[in-house]
Design a protein around this ligand. Sequence first.
Ligand code: ATP
Length: 206
Amino acid sequence: MIGIFGGAFDPIHYGHLRPTQEAMQRLPLAELRLIPAARPPHRPPPVASPAQRLAMVELAIRGLPGFRSDERELQRAGPSYTVLTLESLRTELHDTPLCLLIGADQFQSFESWHRWQEIPDLAHLVVLSRPGTAPGALPAWARGRECADFHELHTVPAGRLAFLPVSPQDISATRIRAALARGERTQGLLPEAVSRYIETNRIYGR
Ligand code: ATP
């Protein structure tokens, strides 16, 4: 079973890395692909360039077994809609079970995503808990899809919904960018190699 995790990664931080490492072990996943969005819809354009965000992802996952970066959204024109990414992965992976990992904040706005109704047919949805986002009521579309036993995710290619409580990481890229713009330290929020890259390339500084 393969996991995918998309985001702006502007920059990638431990709030991305620790929850996905836990998902890797708990589901478990044979592979996890991190997919930087070229032009993420529903948010202001990222500060770092697509190439810089990809470079930071690659530095962050160096030495993490099973983690891979995936450039397909950077190679595609137009808004980086998840449904298009899943269609392209599905063509490649045939019937391999696929889990789309998203933070609880993203799950709350899931029904605003482009062609969201088609997404559960392409992948399982695995929702990672995130500080600041309370678990809401189960939306109507999700009834009958919820699965408490992660083994079930391995038995069909797509269509299930699972909630995975992970160790809370009170970190956001917004907070990191703001700290760097004020010239503050961000130790412990993101990998050292990523911090060094940001500094060398003067990405978010004053
Ligand atoms: P920004 O602050 O710039 O909006 P972000 O920190 O939320 O960024 P994104 O790259 O937008 O990071 O998020 C990618 C994915 O990671 C989303 O599914 C998001 O919900 C999830 N995510 C981000 N931070 C956390 C966290 N601390 N805990 C759990 N999930 C997270």
